[in-house]
Design a protein around this ligand. Structure first.
Ligand code: GLU
Length: 556
């Protein structure tokens, strides 16, 4: 077979060579040891926690080493391009402080960054493989393929086009191919695999050092995989090899679902005479299933927390999500964080070697715990701004209450609320994420204030009214905390309640209850709930008028 002629027959329009392209996209001018990483999402615009997890690894590797992190849109499969997909991807990641240095979102010297615009580049490499006898056109129809598959399944053989199943297509003559082309028959281009049998008949293995998994050995590829589809567009395998080479990616971070294709990629790199990147196959994100108690993959259908939108709409602070992801990514992060509580996350010496390859366990409760600490470290005024941004997205009706003092509230009011109980050496850790925070502080806003619980059992309705009447009568907004509590205690004693809980516990028969029961009635009237931060402090924030109005409302 005259391969030169075949290559020319199949790709008459391709005039450049792989060498031209290598010259056009030379090694990047970066400092020694700088890593080049990329994210290669499909253009559906759905971006999930796994993407963020991978992107975080990419971003950390590139930026800790002074390298480059770029965005490539992998739109070679038939997946529909969803309008605005690039914007969705960049803004979702930007929310978490992850930015690209170049790529589909901006530009750069190694583009185009949409695979659909790179057909000529791929075909240049394919033409070269055909010319060297390492790839060939295959005219097998869907029916042929189905028949072969059925035969292989019946024989309990590996499916695919390899060995004797590839023979017929491999051995077509130039005349037969020309004839097929004349008849307009559809074809793909397949790799002519060298197979994986050693001369002695044993299986040949590939050995790859994965930056996360360490040494990986797998049987070498023996499949004549499709590299160029009938449309002239490459498969993932071929596009990955060509793009990551020409874009000078040094580290390919991708999900472990690609690990089984690694032998194909290694053979492609070999046949093309190109150096493969360092592979980093990340573990799949798992969670403990609430029903079965077993570990399982996060699922789009069952687990809303898989979608990145979830964190935004629930109002998680991006810093909390990042801190949490880092605890799953690197086992020594928590120790480092405990020793360096104030240091920015960016200074943590992240490393792929410390990543667990056995499956990363995602746990919302753990995220919530981390979030409590992270929010505690954010000044109340800044937190108020964050909450306002969240509200604009998820609860727009709250924005005027958070931003406009004419509503009777405004940013200073919100800031005081968020600062409540946060100073001192045992600060409260009640604030977790936007939606939860608003549930927690909603009673500060009359529109959301409701009495949600009932008075303690041992306090009669009559007593409750009497407590509130007396409290209102003696209320002086300028009382300090001591004076304020003395008054409550006086009301309690006067009405037959013990001044101290322990007195009541010792002689319950002597009292109706204790001072705590009395203050619970007040708490319910002012906050609508029995659990809350310090009542006196809350009243100071609510102000005299609002406090008194709530007390009066229960007396009518
Ligand atoms: N487009 C592939 C995916 O979305 C990218 C895999 C890779 O990073 O190489 O899974």
């Amino acid at each position: 077979m005259d391969n030169q002629k075949l290559a020319q027959l199949l790709f008459p329009a391709i005039t450049g060579t792989p060498e031209d392209l290598q010259r056009q996209f030379p090694p990047r001018d970066l400092p020694e040891g700088a890593k080049v990483t990329r994210m290669g999402p499909s253009p559906t615009g759905f971006i999930h926690l796994g993407n963020l997890y991978g992107a975080f690894v990419d971003e950390r590797m590139a930026h800790l080493s002074g390298g480059t992190f770029y965005l490539r849109i992998e739109d070679t499969d038939d997946k529909r391009y969803v309008e605005g997909a690039v914007e969705t991807i960049t803004s979702s990641l930007a929310f978490f402080g992850i930015g690209f240095d170049e790529g589909a979102c901006s530009d750069g010297a190694y583009g185009p960054y949409f695979q659909s615009q790179r057909a000529e580049i791929y075909q240049t490499f394919v033409k070269d493989l055909v010319r060297r006898g390492l790839a060939y056109p295959c005219f097998l129809t869907e029916e042929d393929l189905a028949r072969i598959r059925a035969e292989q399944e019946a024989n309990k053989e590996t499916t695919g086009i390899y060995g004797r199943y590839a023979e017929k297509s491999r051995s077509l003559t130039l005349e037969e191919i020309e004839d097929n082309l004349r008849q307009g028959k559809s074809y793909v281009i397949r790799l002519r695999s060298s197979g994986n049998t050693e001369p002695d008949g044993s299986v040949r293995y590939i050995h790859v050092k994965d930056a996360i998994r360490g040494d990986v050995s797998m049987p070498a590829n023996d499949q004549d995989v499709v590299i160029l589809k009938a449309t002239g567009i490459p498969t993932y395998h071929f596009a990955h090899v060509v793009d990551d080479y020409l874009m000078r990616t040094t580290h390919v971070v991708r999900g472990e679902e690609w690990l089984m294709s690694l032998p194909i990629h290694i053979e492609l790199f070999e046949k093309l005479g190109l150096e493969p990147p360092v592979y980093c196959h990340t573990a799949v994100l798992m969670k403990l299933d609430e029903e079965t108690g077993n570990k399982r993959k996060l699922s789009k259908r069952k687990d809303p927390e898989l979608s990145l939108d979830y964190y935004r709409s629930e109002g998680y602070h991006p810093q909390a999500v990042k801190e949490y992801l880092m605890t799953i990514l690197n086992s020594d992060f928590e120790e480092w964080r405990a020793a360096n509580p104030e240091t920015p996350l960016e200074d943590f010496p992240f490393s792929t070697e410390k990543m667990n390859s056995a499956g990363a366990l995602f746990d919302l409760n753990k995220l919530n715990d981390i979030s409590k600490d992270v929010l505690l470290g954010i000044p109340a005024r800044e937190l108020a701004g964050f909450l306002t941004d969240w509200a604009a997205l998820a609860r727009p009706e709250l924005v005027p209450l958070f931003t406009d003092a004419d509503t009777g509230y405004g940013p200073d009011y919100l800031t005081k609320i968020l600062d409540l109980g946060r100073s001192g050496n045992k600060p409260r850790k009640d604030l977790i994420y936007g939606r939860q925070i608003f549930d927690f502080i909603g009673y500060f806003f009359d529109e959301y204030f409701r009495v949600e619980e009932t008075i303690p059992e041992n306090v009669s309705d009559e007593d409750a009214r009497e407590i509130l009447r007396r409290y209102l009568d003696t209320y002086d907004h300028s009382d300090d905390q001591g004076q304020w509590f003395d008054k409550i205690r006086a009301i309690a004693v006067d009405m037959g309640y013990a001044a101290k809980p322990k007195d009541y516990k010792k002689h319950p028969e002597d009292y109706k209850g204790h001072v705590g029961h009395v203050s619970t009635v007040i708490r319910l009237a002012v906050m609508g709930r029995t659990q809350s931060p310090d009542v006196w402090e809350i009243q100071q924030i609510l102000g005299e008028d609002r406090t008194k109005a709530r007390l009066r409302a229960l007396l009518v």
